[in-house]
Design a protein around this ligand. Structure first.
Ligand SMILES: [Zn+2]
Length: 221
């Protein structure tokens, strides 16, 4: 058995593509159309797992060959054992990430199922702050920002889905060489209010990683 290699966002992508293919199999009679969808599913999967081992690629691309609802269900269940969990964190690590925050309101870490976590995010309603932490190239990084609720649903910049969002504003630590001492630049994005929902939706980490590079100011993490 290979060791866990599917990250949460990749598992979400497989589930999403499995759903699309299953719907196509159920509703489309034209074989050519079904074959085209199978091909596109396989391509998307192989793109995401481009640096995986051959045996791992074979395992994940198998989704493109399935047809019946029970096959998809069985297959997705069997993949769960290969999901690589988010490396658990301690309250001490969180405090070290945010040394300037006097009374850090950490989430209940014992209650988290780390298998379904791409990034750990939580809100402190009392201070209107949102915290996001992530293992970026094996280094734990975190950011905190102002969190302003908005009254309508919008597209979250991390999971790209239409959800209940808040405007999340973080100050970047990156300073141009000729910047004045009081220079600061804030980056604002709409992000899911509920990070658990966002972690169930997210299928790609590019936006998250770009954002974290920008706010931590370290391009070479
Ligand atoms: Zn989201």
């Amino acid at each position: 058995m290979t060791k866990p290699f599917i990250r949460n966002h990749q598992y979400n992508l497989i589930k999403k593509l499995a759903n699309q293919l299953q719907n196509t199999c159920n509703t489309v009679a034209d074989r050519k159309v079904v074959e085209a969808v199978r091909h596109s599913v396989q391509t998307r999967i192989l793109e995401t797992f481009h640096d995986a081992m051959d045996v791992q690629k074979q395992m994940v691309e198998q989704v493109s060959t399935l047809t019946k609802a029970e096959e998809f269900q069985h297959y997705l269940n069997s993949l769960e054992q290969h999901v690589e969990m988010f490396k658990p964190v301690t309250e001490m690590q969180l405090k070290k990430l945010f040394p300037k925050v006097k009374k850090l309101k950490a989430p209940n870490l014992a209650a988290i199922d780390y298998r379904y976590v791409t990034y750990l995010g939580w809100n402190d309603i009392a201070t209107n702050r949102k915290y996001i932490i992530y293992h970026l190239n094996d280094r734990l990084v975190g950011t905190e920002g102002r969190f302003t609720l908005v009254s309508k649903k919008s597209v979250c910049f991390l999971c790209n889905r239409h959800e209940e969002v808040a405007l999340y504003t973080a100050v970047t630590k990156f300073k141009p060489a000729n910047a004045s001492p009081d220079y600061y630049k804030a980056i604002g994005n709409y992000v899911c209010v509920n990070s658990e929902t966002c972690n169930k939706n997210i299928t790609n980490v590019a936006a998250l990683e770009t954002f974290l590079h920008a706010v931590t100011g370290d391009r070479y993490l």
